[in-house]
Write a protein of this length. Sequence first.
Length: 99
Amino acid sequence: MVYGNFLFFINLSFLLLMRANPTIPLRKDRNECPSCGLLFRSSYAFDKHRTGRYGIDRRCKSIEAMLASGMEEGSGGFWISAPLLARRGLKGILGGEGH
Ligand SMILES: [Zn+2]
């Protein structure tokens, strides 16, 4: 029995180590990239973060490529697929960044 508990402990530790941010709970549609460990607000945002063809050259986009595609790091370090429309509107009112 002791041996069985030990194996259970090892398995549990392994599952926790699989995540890059084991202390951050993933609620609702939030998720973590198993390859690079970045956090995403939605599975849609995660999909946007991945590029290439399945089984051939599927990979993570660089931070630069993510920013270039309109993605943005939101609150809590969770990336979003695009800035909120309200925020974009506010930027427009305040003069924005001109692009
Ligand atoms: Zn990734």
